[in-house]
Design a binder for this molecule. Structure first.
Ligand code: PSU
Ligand code: MN
Length: 297
């Protein structure tokens, strides 16, 4: 594991570090928005009093905290592999360059001693193909970290994903909301386990989790900022068209999300992309505030 100096110092002094995911940069957003967003997320974490640690793998080394050149490589190079837990030995053994999913980022961040991790949407149970369950879910069930997100990726079966989290002991908090957000939409009809209003409450709940020695993640779900929300009906339309297309082209497994995201962005004239960036930025801000409050506790 390789820490950049800033992250190493920040972890040693206190624990004012927020982990950031890299798959969203390499495979979730198009260039150049991916590069700009990755840099902005780091800036937002800093402005809110914490140190950002974007996590990725270069030459088979787990990098915790990247330099600008590494972020640029993630945003531009074509052969960056999207890796989940199952790929970790391959990434290290074959000295690959990789972007880490929520599962792989959580794995590395937790082992680095980082307590808070911000992302856009977690993986989950796929629609119409319920054998495809993202490795994000079992990772969250077994990693005591705080993940700040806007729910699960919209392309998934959200009710099935919600059930999975409940069965497997992942505590789902609604940050200023009573329903679990549905990524681009603020509502899903699905409940959260508790509504919270402040970063301080999240820090207190996380502290209690640790005292109870529970090994599950806490999922802090934050709705997309209102002005970027996309009407659920409008979204459903473009999503089902994109799903049909994916099926026709026989796109499966880890290729499916990047394909659907780019299709939806095209069909919505960039609205889904703008919403995705807005929620990522908002989540980074809240994650930093949570990190600050954990350190006050
Ligand atoms: N949510 C998005 N875009 C993404 C992802 C999530 O809006 O690119 C990524 C995350 O890295 C997540 C991964 O961990 O997709 C899950 O992929 P899979 O379903 O293949 O496990
Ligand atoms: Mn999957």
């Amino acid at each position: 594991m390789k820490f950049n100096k800033e992250v190493a110092d920040a972890l040693q002094a206190k624990n004012l570090v927020v982990a950031l995911e890299s798959t969203v940069i390499a495979h979730g957003l198009p260039f150049p928005q991916n590069f700009e967003t990755a840099q902005n997320l780091e800036k937002i974490v800093r402005e809110n009093g914490a140190i950002p640690a974007t996590i990725a793998v270069f030459d088979g080394e787990f990098c915790v905290g990247l330099n600008e050149n590494q972020i640029e490589r993630l945003a531009t190079e074509k052969d960056i592999r999207k890796i989940s837990r199952r790929d970790l030995p391959i990434a290290v053994g074959k000295k690959l360059n990789c972007a880490t999913t929520v599962a792989a980022t959580s794995f590395i961040a937790h082992r680095a001693g980082i307590k808070v991790f911000a992302t856009g949407g977690i993986g989950g149970v796929h629609r119409g193909y319920s054998q495809d369950v993202s490795a994000d879910l079992p990772e969250l069930a077994n990693t005591p970290i705080i993940v700040v997100c806007s729910g699960a990726k919209i392309v998934l079966d959200l009710p099935a994903t919600r059930e999975w989290l409940e069965t497997n002991g992942v505590c789902v908090l609604g940050y200023g909301c009573d329903e679990m957000p549905a990524f681009y939409s603020r509502k899903s009809g699905l409940t959260v386990d508790e509504r919270v209003e402040t970063a301080k409450e999240v820090a207190e709940i996380a502290q209690a989790r640790d005292e109870l020695n529970l090994q599950n993640a806490i999922l802090v779900t934050v709705p997309v900022p209102k002005e970027f929300e996309i009407d659920a009906k409008e979204l459903e339309e473009i999503l089902s068209e994109s799903l049909v297309l994916a099926d026709e082209k026989e796109i499966r497994g880890k290729e499916i999300t990047p394909f659907l995201l780019s299709q939806m962005s095209e069909k919505s004239e960039g609205k889904t992309l703008a919403a995705n960036i807005a929620l990522l930025e908002n989540n980074a801000e809240i994650a930093a505030q949570i990190a600050v409050n954990i350190n006050k506790g």
